[in-house]
Write a protein that binds this ligand. Sequence first.
Ligand code: PRT
Ligand code: ZN
Length: 293
Amino acid sequence: MERTADSKTSLRIAIQKSGRLTDKTIELLKGIGLRFDDYKRNLMVKCRNFDVELLLIRDDDIPEYVQDGVCDLGFVGANVRAETGADVSVLRGLDYGVCRLSLAAHKDGPIQTLEDFEGKTIATSYPNLTQQFLEKHNIEADLVTISGAVEIAPRLEVADAICDLVSTGNTLKANGLEELEVILESETQLIQTNKKLSPGKKKLIEKFLLRMDSHQQAERSRYIMMNAPKASVPEIKEIIPSLNSPTVMPLADEEMVAIHTVIPIDQFWIVMERLKKEGATGIVILPIESMIL
Ligand code: PRT
Ligand code: ZN
């Protein structure tokens, strides 16, 4: 049990109740060892083994709840945070819920460049971000704020163009639209209130972040073991962008050694090919549960 001196201290974290960010956020919280009961049917869930309670709400409400100090932390898309303009601090960027907010228009229509948006009507759920972008580029356009199915607005002749979230681009394509300008690159963020926090809460946030960082680091890394010719060790050390120097152990065959180390997952295949070239054999890759640097 992670109890603090101040036993009433409990961190309140806002997460999306039901939507694209929910499963990944729950997975992340479970991944850092938090245990809680059925979150699907409750608005508030107490964590069993950490002083945390989760508040499950619509993503649009998260920035404001955190700004007002109703919640200490929140997991929300950068798009929603930026649109609300909430006074919060961004603690971490997380690599899920990745998308972009883009201006789009009919594929072969009259709008082909940014200047062509002048005087046109744009449908969006992000009027603030769209307006800020247009103003920055000295373009005057009329905004129509709609809350869903923005992509069909041009077909319904509600607007000439749209400004909406894009991830694969399939929705735009299916509606005969072309992405013309990215106005914001977005990902899920962990945000924190700017209201004054008690020392107990600050300590809990520190612990929470340490767990999260260790988990993220571990997710991006793999433990690698291999046998290799002793003569290749200097080359192998060059190839492996290891955190520290790798562990090199002697084997019964005096010409060979066993090497253990950690590699970043994004370099996995490049490293692998080069290791094989240096004569590495019996390469074993293992996932890492947690990593404290
Ligand atoms: O009910 P609640 O208000 O909580 O949820 P919501 O319906 O407002 O949001 P939800 O669950 O749809 O999305 C939550 C967050 O996920 C967004 O705020 C973004 O931060 C992130 N996200 C990531 C996305 C997308 N990718 C995404 N592709 N949110 C929406 N989309 C939609 C987009 O609006 C468009 O309709 O998907 C369509 C485009 O997708 P592609 O793959 O066809 O390009
Ligand atoms: Zn929403």
